[in-house]
Write a protein that binds this ligand. Structure first.
Ligand SMILES: Nc1ncnc2c1ncn2[C@@H]1O[C@H](COP(=O)(O)OP(=O)(O)O)[C@@H](O)[C@H]1O
Ligand SMILES: [Mg+2]
Length: 265
């Protein structure tokens, strides 16, 4: 199968006044369309830096080496040198973060925000954009989209806000969705519903999802493959079954022993 993203020997370090932090020490992995790849690891292992590297959102004092190859309509472009990353970010590659409030503007209705995301990348009328926005709200299972369209973020629960953030992320038909700890701020029941939504989106949209989490319970329920990151290096990689039945790295064993459980029906 043709991968949608191939990360090759990615190294990132941050140079601060008098010291260097090596955040990623040469990691390689791929994501295929229609699969959820979980990137797990303890706090500080380099998960978010991986995500920001792909998005081209590292700060200027970061140094990046290696390749991030993205399959753009059949041929690979290297995102680390690609000039027009803005046309890719939020469009072909989109993201969802831990805190939906961080991406939602409290002063705009959720409808306006979804519509703006569409019109930022496509030259279509507001009316057409509204239709697409409502369809997308259905897709991410926001109840009563026609009414919710006119609501403000503060009128929604945490779980619904995250669904709006996911609607914004998928409305332009991305090929890849990067989700950085998307359920960490939610209670267990709501978290399970959001994970179920990721599974349904990967199937209906055939997108590749990089699901970043420190919770192996999350992984067990939804991931097709797992990558375990430890101090900036990939220490283990395989299917959920490989890793859960036969963890090889001591760190993975430790993670498995401490795993809380989220159940997705
Ligand atoms: N903007 C930054 N400036 C300096 N160091 C950073 C920055 N972002 C991350 N780091 C460092 O890089 C390492 C990996 O961080 P991160 O990817 O955020 O970990 P996590 O796996 O918890 O998401 C950590 O040592 C962190 O302190
Ligand atoms: Mg992080």
């Amino acid at each position: 199968m043709n991968s949608i993203l191939k990360v090759e020997n990615l190294k990132v370090h941050f140079t601060l006044e008098n010291k260097t932090v090596e955040a990623l020490k040469g990691i390689s992995f791929f994501i295929n369309p229609g699969e959820i790849v979980a990137l797990v690891g303890e706090s500080g292992s380099g998960k978010s830096v991986t995500c920001y590297s792909i998005l081209g959102l590292l700060p200027s004092y970061a140094t990046l080496k290696g390749k991030i190859l993205f399959n753009l309509d059949g041929s690979f472009i290297d995102l680390t040198t690609y000039k027009d990353i803005r046309s890719i970010r939020g469009n072909k590659i989109s993201m969802v973060f831990q805190e939906p409030s961080a991406v939602l503007n409290p002063l705009l209705t959720i409808g306006q925000q979804i519509v703006e995301t569409i019109t930022a990348h496509r030259n279509i009328s507001n009316e057409k954009a509204k239709k697409i926005a409502i369809e997308t709200m259905y897709k991410v299972k926001i109840p009563e989209p026609e009414r919710r369209f006119y609501q403000y973020p503060h009128e929604l629960s945490g779980g619904l806000k995250q669904r709006v953030a996911i609607a914004i992320a998928v409305v332009n038909n991305p090929r890849i969705l990067l989700a950085d700890e998307p359920t960490t701020a939610l209670d267990v029941t709501v978290a399970a519903q959001i994970l179920k939504l990721f599974v349904s989106l990967k199937e209906s949209l055939n997108i590749g999802i990089l699901l970043i989490t420190h919770d192996l319970g999350v992984v067990a329920e939804v991931a097709d493959r797992v990558i375990v990151l430890y101090k900036g290096e990939i220490v283990e990689e395989g299917t959920v079954f490989d890793i859960f039945d036969n963890p090889s790295h001591p760190y993975t064993k430790k993670l498995l022993n401490s795993r809380p459980s989220i159940k997705v029906d």
